[in-house]
Design a protein around this ligand. Structure first.
Ligand code: SF4
Ligand code: F3S
Ligand code: FES
Length: 252
């Protein structure tokens, strides 16, 4: 049976931030196509130099992040059938990072932020054993594919450009996974409070809404970190317990 096709209109950002504009392309699309399929087809048919970043095509490499009808999403996970029917599909680059060309942005700031964080630092004097609940809560954080959609959508970065003062939700997820690891010995609390700028997050949940891995960024990473900061800096009893028993026993 022949596939059912219909014409769809795409408005795609072409050029650089200084000299770019949205251009219109029309192609026949079939059921099941995602936005990335359409970009590849337009590239193959009309504009061989269309700048796109992609790799896996399966929602796992985090490289095809773009703004689709103004919403940060993965192109390979956005079905055309889930977008408003009969309207042009607008595809642009992530707004929070410098544009390079067309849909490709320079996200290297994120890798620089990552380097400033003390990596996993195992205890030298403890048995390597974890409770199942400890494994489960870290596992959620480790599903991150570094698509940076959460970074793109967070207003602290997007509207206020606080890249110098704030690490953004993706890296609060990383810091939470380290803080909740019972075998980790490093103390990053001062870093989280001062350098990572957790106080700038005002818990809007927008980051959680766009995460393709459905990580509950705000509820399961940022709020627990904020609570730990409050315990550390404003609760002298808990600070004393932590000093006496260490991170594993006190779990705070
Ligand atoms: Fe992407 Fe979610 Fe990781 Fe943010 S936390 S970078 S949205 S996978
Ligand atoms: Fe930004 Fe998420 Fe906080 S969108 S303000 S990091 S809850
Ligand atoms: Fe890998 Fe989209 S191409 S996540």
């Amino acid at each position: 049976m022949a596939e059912k096709t219909h014409e769809a209109v795409f408005l795609i950002f072409r050029g650089t931030p200084e000299n770019g504009e949205y251009k219109e392309y029309r192609i026949q699309v079939v059921d099941g196509m995602v936005v990335l399929d359409a970009m590849m087809e337009i590239q193959a048919k009309f504009v061989s130099d269309l700048g796109i970043r992609c790799n896996c095509g399966a929602g796992k490499c985090g490289s095809c992040s773009a703004e689709i009808n103004g919403v940060p999403r993965l192109m390979c996970k956005t079905r055309l059938s889930d977008l408003p029917e009969g309207q042009p599909v607008k595809v642009g680059p992530l707004k929070s990072f410098p544009g390079i060309k067309d849909l490709v942005t320079d996200v290297s700031w994120n890798y620089e932020v990552n380097k400033t964080m003390t990596p996993f630092t195992p205890h030298q004097d403890t048995e390597w054993r974890m409770q199942q609940f400890e494994v489960d809560r870290i596992q959620e954080h480790r599903k991150c594919i570094e698509c940076f959609l959460c970074q793109d959508t967070c207003h602290v970065i997007r509207e206020h450009d606080k890249k110098k003062e704030y690490c953004g939700p993706r890296f609060l997820v990383r810091l939470a996974s380290l803080a909740m690891h019972p075998l980790d010995a490093a103390d990053r609390m001062a870093f989280i409070k001062e350098k990572a700028g957790i106080g700038l997050c005002n818990v809007t949940h927008c980051c959680s809404d766009v995460c393709p891995e459905k990580i509950r960024i705000t509820d399961n990473a940022i709020i627990p970190l904020k609570e730990r900061i409050a315990d550390r800096y404003y609760d002298p009893v808990l600070t004393l317990i932590r000093r006496i028993f260490g991170k594993r026993k006190s779990n705070i």
